[in-house]
Design a protein around this ligand. Structure first.
Ligand SMILES: Nc1ncnc2c1ncn2[C@@H]1O[C@H](COP(=O)(O)OP(=O)(O)O)[C@@H](O)[C@H]1O
Ligand SMILES: [Mg+2]
Length: 358
């Protein structure tokens, strides 16, 4: 047995270190509100739409037949129009909402079958949730507000405050720990919400439109903050958004929901280059993909670079890539931050990407 094994890391550290492990597994999950769920389910089987079923039975099919896996360390973005089922889906992941049918497993444990106590433990230990807006307690300091989720977990005050301060520092609010919420801007308040979630140090973060209420500049700042935090300490994040720019910036994969169903789950570049239907396409009609994608996003590991073609760094803009491949003999190699080859970009693939953005 190795030394590392002898040190017996906690199950949680262990799980965190295993990148690429299945962290969240959803299988054939449905949520049907109101009416008779079995009848609604039967009608779905007959091919009836959500609208038809609502008219006939009064039941709302909020999520239907959702199946997906989120890997450890992945940022999984769920996108869709208002009412498409995003919030219902994310709330089924910690059972704030019980699935009507199907299963959700976290770390290999079927949470659909968990009793109340196990569920509370899971929420406390394994996952935190950040909402679009949440209440800060006005008469408590920023530090006390950030420590809020910890009071229930049976730690002493000094330990709670040390953890909360660390989380505040992580989101750039270390200096504001002794302030009161009324002294903070909207963006800073949302950071306190993020700090509150981080203070628990959860392996899984569920974020439901967490940045949607912020004005655009602060919103971009928060996205950068999240990307930075993620670089330092990879968590598994399920992030709900209705904004494609945001989804493409932070998502490793994007799942698109339409009328309660997942119509496409893919990497950002696949979503743009091979949209499953017009609904998916409608999300990026007004997005300039050349501004959103970097060379690393469209590098194809299956493509061989041409002989002697200039090496491109993963963060090069697509305009830079174009200036290289348009004069090159074959695809250009793309190299990541760590010096590893990510793949190559051919002129044809690049022009296709440019074309998609028009
Ligand atoms: N508690 C509820 N009772 C009845 N219908 C609901 C409830 N919550 C959500 N719905 C319905 O489920 C569908 C999905 O809602 P929601 O998950 O909130 O979508 P989104 O977050 O994508 O806007 C909508 O048709 C909504 O009206
Ligand atoms: Mg919602």
């Amino acid at each position: 047995m190795s030394d590392a094994a002898l040190q017996q890391p906690s199950a949680r550290d262990d799980a965190r270190q295993e990148a690429d492990e299945d962290r969240i597994v959803v299988e054939n999950a449905y949520k049907i509100f109101g009416g008779n769920p079995d009848e609604a389910y039967r009608l779905l089987g007959e091919g009836k739409t959500k609208d038809q079923i609502f008219r006939e039975t009064g039941a709302t099919v909020a999520v239907q037949d959702a199946s997906f896996t989120v890997k450890s360390g992945e940022v999984f973005v769920i996108m869709g129009l208002s009412g498409s089922g995003k919030s219902t889906m994310v709330r089924m992941l910690n059972r704030l909402i019980d699935p009507t049918f199907g299963t959700v497993s976290i770390n290999g444990q079927n949470i659909t079958a968990m009793n109340r106590k196990a569920l509370i433990d899971l929420r406390r230990r394994d996952m935190s949730m950040v909402f679009q807006s949440f209440a800060l307690m006005p008469h408590q300091t920023v530090l006390e507000n950030a420590a809020f989720g910890l009071t229930v977990s049976g730690r002493d005050k000094a330990d709670r405050e040390a953890r909360a301060l660390e989380a505040l520092e992580a989101v750039g609010l270390g200096q504001n720990a002794r302030s009161y919420p009324s002294e903070l801007s909207g963006g800073m308040k949302q950071r306190v919400g993020l700090a509150r979630a981080l203070a628990n140090d959860p392996p899984v973060l569920l974020m439901d439109e967490a940045f949607s209420a912020l004005d655009p500049l602060i919103r971009t700042e928060m996205q950068d903050e999240l990307i930075r935090l993620q670089r330092e300490h990879r968590r598994t994040i399920v992030f709900i958004s209705h904004d494609l720019d945001e989804a493409m910036r932070i998502g490793d994969r994007i799942a698109i929901m339409q009328d309660g169903r997942f119509v496409q789950i893919d990497t950002p570049d696949k979503i743009v280059s091979e949209p499953a239907n017009d609904y998916v396409r409608s999300f990026f009609r007004n997005v300039d993909v050349t501004q959103v994608f970097k060379a690393g996003d469209i590098a194809d590991p299956g493509v061989q670079p041409g002989d002697g073609v200039t090496e491109i760094s993963a963060d090069a803009s697509l305009d830079e890539v174009l200036s290289i491949v348009s004069n090159a003999d074959g695809p250009a190699p793309v190299t990541g931050e760590d010096g590893k080859r990510l793949g190559a970009i051919s002129k044809t693939a690049l022009l296709k990407t440019f074309d998609k953005s028009r």
